[in-house]
Write a protein that binds this ligand. Sequence first.
Ligand code: FES
Length: 568
Amino acid sequence: MRSQQWYGGDDRNSYIHRAWMRRGLPAGAFDGRPHIAIANTASDLTPCNSHLDEVATSVKQGIWAAGGIPMNLPVVSLGETQVKPTAMLWRNMAAMATEEMLRANPIDGVVLLGGCDKTIPSLLMAAASVDLPAVVVPGGPMLTGHFRGQPLGCGTDVWRLSEEVRAGTLSQADFIDSESSMIRSRGHCNTMGTASTMACVAEALGTTMPGIAGTPAPDSRLLERSHATGRLIVEMIEADRRPSKILTAGSFRNAIVALAAIGGSTNAVVHLLAIAGRLGIPLTLDDFDTTGAGVPLLVDLQPAGRFLMDDLLRAGGLSAVLAQVSDLLDPDALTVTGRPFVEHLAGAQIWDTEVIRPRTDPLLLDAGIAVLHGNLAPDGAVIKPAAATAALLQHRGRAVVFDSIEDVHARLDDPDLDVDEDSVLVLRGCGPRGYPGMPEVANLPIPQKLLARGVRDMVRVCDGRMSGTAYGTVVLHVSPEAAAGGPLSLVQTGDPIVLDVAGRRIDIDIPAADLAARVASTATTAAFAAPTRGWQRLYVDHVMQANTGADLDFLVGSSGDVVTRESH
Ligand code: FES
């Protein structure tokens, strides 16, 4: 056991390591039994994860039952709705801090407790770089809330209802009235937003107990499966089952197939690229298009569809979805159980074909995230056709350019703004470096005067991200971003923008010589002063572009679990 480097032996150092840990531990706690961290993102300020201490208790009981020694390890937690300016600014910081604490401490393996959007990605990035046996317990979605007899999709219905207020079809008082019904229980967003997507993706990668993704936070089965996960991690340590042995190119292909079949969040693209980067797996942005091509959309969940996560579980869960496309999955990709992922799908059935469609009756034949290139995005951009308006997937329109999100707030609803339903709204200055932190603003609102005319979707182009709970014809993650000198910085209001999703292109239709002669707009970079100290300084100096996962350049790869020097 790695922990024996701390606890084994009779010298002064092992005495110190043992003596300070003798706080109610049973005799024999240091005799070679596995010590297991529970990397716990529970926090009152991460409301989606605030129940994870109870989950940790069940994991602990499972670890004890299997002969291990559990250790609670609070790690950096990010509440998507609470932290400003955007939680993505700290995903890499959370990953780096967790990685260092896993390596620094006397542990042999780790159970990763996450939920809210950035928490599972940061935990997986950390675990991949330390490469100790690791298993994820997704905290689970909340139960479905209702308002005036209608189910509320957490996040998605906030966007929808607020648009209705701006359109004048819902009163401000009714909108505020819905607030107390939006969050019915503990747990993360109940749509197929980023948190639900990352839970499903973590399972498809093979990093969770099979069948756990989507189990609601208040569901008693979550605690039962958490207990089982505690037992499993002890077995994983005995079998030396590390992330580098489980996560392969095939695991990532499975995750991409799952992402398409569930109609998952575009945020999974940057997270999967970052996790793969930690493992040295050469995953590229284009792999999302090629692997996702031809994968049918089988799940009718908000934001693209009708139902919510509780319905998905009732209808058979992720296993029932992936059983429909098992021929597209890598038969050799393993899970934390040591067995192939596809083995765990045997016998999975659909119990409600309204929520989970059979392969023979998909919602969409080709649900993969489309990766676009062109003179506006030389290194790539993405669009989620499943969340877009089909008629807008081939579109030509005049650019209306905004240099920052503040510029949007100041001018978007100006009655004199020169915009119509065919315009293409372009927002720049929202990339990893330019904002900094790549916020979820790409689905910028429809101008009020167009909302009043009944317009509910327009083509939008941005170097930022979009909430997984959002929808619309949005071209996002444009790389390179404007602040890194990408052509997005050259666009001027009035330029014709051509979106051709079938041809996988996004272009400014002006002569190449004219584009080359242009000077980048300085308004975008002037909107924010460059950070001079702290994490933000480190981040802007080292963050990579979205098309490679927006990790820090010096965090790519692994440092393993070895610590060679002693503190005493
Ligand atoms: Fe935490 Fe949506 S805000 S998952």
